[in-house]
Ligand binder design. Sequence first.
Ligand code: PHE
Length: 448
Amino acid sequence: MHNTRDSFGSKFGAIAALAGSAVGLGNIWKFPYEAGNNGGGAFLLVYIFFTVAIGLPVMLSEFALGRYSGRNAFGTFDRLEPKTVWRYFGVLVLLAATMILSFYGTVAGWTLEYVFKSFTFSFHVGTDVDLNTMFSDFITNPYKPVFWQIVFMALTGFIVLAGVKKGIERYTKLMMPLLFVLILILGIRACTLDGAMEGIKFFFLPKFSELTSQGVLSALGQAFFSLSIGMGVLLTYASYIKKDENLTSISLQVICADTLIAVLAGIAIFPAVFAFNIAPDSGPGLVFLTLPQVFQSMAFGQLWAILFFLLLTMAALTSSISLLEVIVAFFVEEKHISRRKATVISTVIVTIFGILCTLSFGPLKEVHIGNLSVFGIFDYVSSNILLPVGGILISIYMGWRFDRRLLEAELTNNGELKLWLLKPLIFVLKYVAPLFILVILLHSLGLF
Ligand code: PHE
């Protein structure tokens, strides 16, 4: 068959797209507040440990599997395991992508509103607005956040529609370097605030007494979430990587970029949190409450505010396109419908679920399952259950079931590259990763 499948045009393009998927709201919005809730430096250490010890092996497996199969996540298992239960892994992947993208769109919508607020001088130097009230008025409003969510999802659909090389790669190559420079500048500025040291100490000095077992689970969930692993996003993207690229080197670069941006986000946010007396455990609103204060205190604050929220939106976009691509690639390759139709259908489905998440801060506030809102459920189930389960399954599949010679061939490009870590990799995939993830998962569900 003539191969017309799209692919990334260059190694940098592949890394930009993959790092674009990894670096997102998870790094800049979620990581700092999770660290704030769970003892600062202690959380950071556990997080880095999970990233290296479990994140890297699972990421490598997804890369190898995706590039080997050359298909979307669902199709990969459908082809390789047509008659076994492994086939249903694809369903889990689609469910996780839909759930994550739903609540992701909510927060990305908030960032768009903040871009707009920055343009309209809502928090430039000398303005005396109560940022807390501003934030809560906005997220409880029944229309505005929904409007921005729809705009965001339309942007996501627009890029995905254009394809892998002309859409995803083209935009991420542009946005990722910009994002990096900006977060670096903001970090430096935050460190020069009066009282910044308190924040730096909070972020880097581990206080293990404040780290609960729930916090350890959150660190694992966060590592998975932030690296985009355990749910077929990387698998799908890897299917677009050319056969002569070095998967190990790509994964190391993606992991470094992702961790670096999370740490830089912490450095940009915690000094401001302490300098302006904000509670480090203020949860999902943290970034929206703290950074505007920094901007208010900066020369050209408005400009920085615009740039920051614009780039936060871009970080979100480069991740949301990777989530949408999982669903679109499924429709295109498995259901044989055009990319255009597939993109429209997927975007509409996700947006509908997403609106429910958004409204759960306002009109649907009273709707609770257990003690979680719709948004909370989507976040909890996907990050703390589906991603770990996905991680366990990928590890077991690659460690026990997938042909080791094929794995080795994929990671060494058929023997051309040296791979010193194959043995430890298999060991981690077979035993360490599944057991570790399982224990933490069961514990968090109160079953262990
Ligand atoms: N990694 C992204 C972030 O940190 C979120 C994401 C999760 C994207 C899972 C794709 C898959 O924001």
